[in-house]
Design a protein around this ligand. Structure first.
Ligand SMILES: Cc1ncc(COP(=O)(O)O)c(C=O)c1O
Length: 421
């Protein structure tokens, strides 16, 4: 068996002998140490760790984040090693790397590796839960209206097959305060309720839910809690030992800036006997729940190893610092958008109720046209929401964005609100 040390040596950065693609080798190799008071200069140096050209400003972390240089470099090295010798003998070290990523993930979340399933994304992790619990007619699942379809659509669809009922708690806009969510959940939970499923920070209006309190309520009522952390992990300094959910899900490629198609399913030790695997195949994880829930066939281990590197990158910057920075960008956007005549914010401006997912209706402007103009003319990438339910534009800035980019986005939106698109 190859030790962790051997594995780290193999993937160690900066050996200089690797044939890296042109752009990778041109990058600054070191992430600057985080100063006590990180300023724009520091954040510019963080931004330089990303491939995006300086004139491009993508604020879409709630959907997909880019990976910084060290993550791409580690993935490239591991992929090159694997493809250079795909024998079982050589690939043994990949399993070591996967377990190292699990250990890093567990440390990041302050739980044990035995509670970690490395899934492929939040969608899969949410569905492992909704497919894996023993639910039947007479049971009830309580969900919140703004949960992602991989949560709500999945529960509703599967309820038709398994016969359980689903109760939906509405999410009024603007965010009505933390108490609303706890009181509404307390009312919705009955003796028939088996699961409470909610989203830590929503992708719709960027509402932040009181995750710890909702998990406590579920625990007190003997109900399993599923927390969708797709837009929370890598933004908040998520501490699952404090929150104590039964299940927590996330994607590497969102706020943690890791590789695509790697994700997290946390299963609390106390909930492990309540869930069954839906996919049964070869190559399970080595410890705890991963032995039964992660046997899903051949994986892209270089990407999983890259996820571990993404967590290391965030830890180096500092997780509290990251949250403060993303929040500051979100707050600056909110302040700028509030000054524009005709813009209606769906996101609550109170930092106790929102984070860095900012959505708004740009008056009567055509939303897809505005989004296209922002990208084409101003090099600003955003997400759109069409339809009648809180339509608009979503901007979700993260550590690779700067205050100057926020100003540029506000100025561009001001211009289109005045002159049309
Ligand atoms: C809250 C939430 N949950 C789940 C998902 C699904 O994530 P993924 O596409 O990585 O599976 C998203 C994606 O935007 C999301 O915002």
């Amino acid at each position: 068996m190859i030790s962790r040390r051997d594995f780290s040596r193999l993937l160690a950065l900066g050996s200089g002998s690797m044939l890296l693609p042109q752009q990778l080798s041109a990058w600054p190799s070191q992430l600057a140490a985080t100063p006590k008071q990180p300023d724009e200069r520091f954040w510019m140096s963080v931004r330089e760790q990303f491939l995006m050209p300086p004139d491009l400003s993508v604020m879409n972390a709630a959907n997909l984040c880019p990976s910084p240089a060290p993550v791409l470099e580690v993935m490239y090295r591991a992929t090159k090693d694997m493809d250079g010798d795909p024998s079982f003998d050589n690939r043994q070290k990949m399993s070591t790397g996967k377990e190292e990523a699990r250990r890093l993930l567990a440390g990041f979340l302050r739980v044990t590796p035995e509670e970690i399933v490395i899934a492929r994304n939040t969608s899969e992790a949410n569905n492992i839960v909704s497919s894996g619990l023993d639910l039947k007619a007479g049971d009830d699942v309580v969900i919140f209206a703004d949960n992602h379809p991989s949560n709500n659509a999945a529960w509703l669809q599967k309820s038709k097959r398994f016969g359980y009922a689903v109760s939906v708690i509405s999410q009024p806009n603007p965010h009505p305060g933390a108490d609303y969510f706890v009181e509404a959940a307390a009312r919705a939970i009955t003796p028939r309720t088996k699961v409470l499923a909610f989203t830590h920070q929503t992708s719709t209006a960027g509402d932040v839910l009181p995750a710890g309190e909702l998990c406590r309520l579920a625990r007190e009522r003997g109900v399993l809690s599923l927390v969708d952390g797709a837009s929370a992990l890598g933004f908040f300094d998520v501490d699952l030992s404090e929150m104590q959910p039964d299940f927590y899900t996330a994607s590497s490629h969102k706020w943690t800036c890791g590789p695509k198609e790697v994700g997290l399913l946390y299963v609390n030790a106390r909930a492990q006997s309540s869930i069954h695997p839906s996919i049964i195949s070869a190559y399970p994880g080595a410890v705890g729940i991963s032995r039964t829930m992660e046997a899903i066939g051949q994986r892209d281990e270089p990407a999983i190893i890259g996820f571990g590197e993404a967590l290391t990158f965030q830890t180096k910057i500092g997780r509290k610092v990251i949250e403060e920075r993303s929040r500051a960008l979100g707050q600056a956007l909110i302040a700028g958008l509030r000054r524009i005549d005709g813009v209606h914010l769906w996101t609550h401006p109170d930092p106790a109720r929102s984070g860095a997912v900012v959505t708004f209706r740009p008056g009567n402007l055509d939303i897809p046209k505005l989004s296209a103009a922002l990208y084409r003319n101003d090099r600003i990438g955003c997400a759109t929401r069409t339809g009648s339910d809180r339509p608009g534009i979503r901007l979700s800035p993260h550590i690779y964005n700067t205050m100057a980019e926020v100003d540029r986005a506000v100025a561009a939106i001001t211009k289109y609100m005045k002159q049309g698109v």
